[in-house]
Design a protein around this ligand. Sequence first.
Ligand code: C2E
Ligand code: MG
Ligand code: MG
Length: 408
Amino acid sequence: MSLPGTEVVTIESLRAALEAGELIFHYQPKVSMVLGTVCGAEALIRWCRPDGTMIGPAAFIPLAESTGFITEITSYMLDKLVADLVIARAADPTLTVSFNASARDFEDDRLVQAIVRLLELGIVPADALEVELTESAVLQAGPALSERLGVLRSRGVRLAMDDFGTGYSSIDTLSKLPFTALKIDQGFVLRMETSSKDASIVEASILMGHRIGLEVVAEGIETESVFMQLQAAGCSIGQGYWMARPQPLDRLIALLRGGQRWPAGAIGLLHMATLDHLEWRKALIDALLSDDRQLHTDGLTRFELDPTECRLGRWYNGPGRGLSDLSAFARLGEAHVALHDCAGQITAASKAGGRMAALLPSLRKLTEHSTHIVALLQELEHDVLTRLTVGERTRTQRVLSKRPPPAE
Ligand code: C2E
Ligand code: MG
Ligand code: MG
C-alpha cells in the first residue's frame, strides 16, 4: 500500500499515526427523503497528515484488516466517535451516527464489550449508534458473529448491512442476522440513470427491505434526478455527494445548525403503505375463504393482528412519522387501530367455527374501515402534493442545483 509520493504504509507508520491522533473521522450526512433534512451521519475514517494531506481509507484499511491492527484502530476510533457524537448532538439532539466495523472486529468480544461499556456509562443512547458491516465482513466473521450482533441489538444498537448486493449471499445473510437497515451499494445507485436494469435492482431492493421491516438507505447519490428517482421508489434515507460530501465535524455541525433542506417527499412511501394495507386485507380474506381446514387455521394464526407489527403499522411508527404534522396522520392511526380491532373479532369468530355467512356483517364493517384507511392515505398524498406545489421543493431544488457541495 503506498501513499501519495513514494512512501509506503506500514503497520509502524499506521501505529504512529494512531498514537499521534492523525486518524480522524469525517462525517457524511444522511438525509431523510421524507423530511428533506439531515437524519444522521456516517463516520468515515481519514488519515490527516501533519503536512495537511488527507488520506482516504482505501490506502490503509486493507493493510490494517489483513494484519489485525484494525481492532486497535476501531477501539481507539470508537471513543473518538462517541466524543464527536456528544458535541454534534448539542447541535441536533436527535442525530445518530453509524460507523464501519470489519470482520476482524467481531472475531472476539472486545468491540461488543467496549460498546456495551460505553452504553452503560449513559453518555449516548444506544439508538444513536449504528454499526455498518459489509456482506463480505459477515461472511468472513465466523459463527460467533450472530450472537455478538444479537448482544448489540438487544442493547438497542442498530445494525446496517453495507454495500448490499455486492456479496455472495446478501439475502441469506439478511434473513439470518438481526440487521435493522440495508444500504444499497453505491454501484447500483450510480448506474441508475443510465441502466434500467440497475434502476430495477434498486427498486426491488427498496421494496424487499421495506417488506422485511428494514430501513433502506441508498448511498452514492450524485445527481438530483437519482435522488428524485429513489424518493419516488419509496426509499426513506439517502446519502451522496449531491446532498453532502464527508466533512469534518465542525462543518457537519454548521450544516446541522444551518437547517439545510433537500426536496422532501413521501409519495413513494405512501404508495407502498397503501399496497401494504391491501395485501394485509387480502391475507385475511384468503384465510377466511380457504376450505382446507389446516390452511384456514394456519392463515388465521399467521395473520398479523397487532397494529404495530403489520407493515402499515411499522411504516406508521417508522418512516411515516415524517408526516405526523399533517392532520390526516393522527386520524390514520386511530382508523388503523379500529381496523385491527375489527379484524380481531372476525378471526376470533372464525376460529370458533363461525361460518362465512355469519361473518358478513363484520366483514362489511372491515371494508368500511379499509376504505377509510385508503382515503386517509390518499388525503396524506394530497397534502404532500400541496406542500410540494407551494414551492418549497422547487425553491430548494433551485438553490441546491446551483450550489454543488464543496469537495472534502
Ligand atoms: P462505505 O462504508 O460504503 O462508505 C461509503 C463510501 O462512499 C465513502 O468512501 C464515501 O466517501 C463514498 N461516497 C459517498 N457518497 C458518494 C457519492 O455520491 N459518490 C461516490 N462516488 N462515492 C460516495 P470512503 O470514505 O473512501 O470509504 C470507503 C470505505 O472504507 C467505506 O465504504 C468503508 O467500507 C471503509 N471505511 C471507512 N471508514 C472506515 C472505518 O472507520 N473503519 C473501517 N473498518 N472501514 C472504514
Ligand atoms: Mg459504510
Ligand atoms: Mg457502502
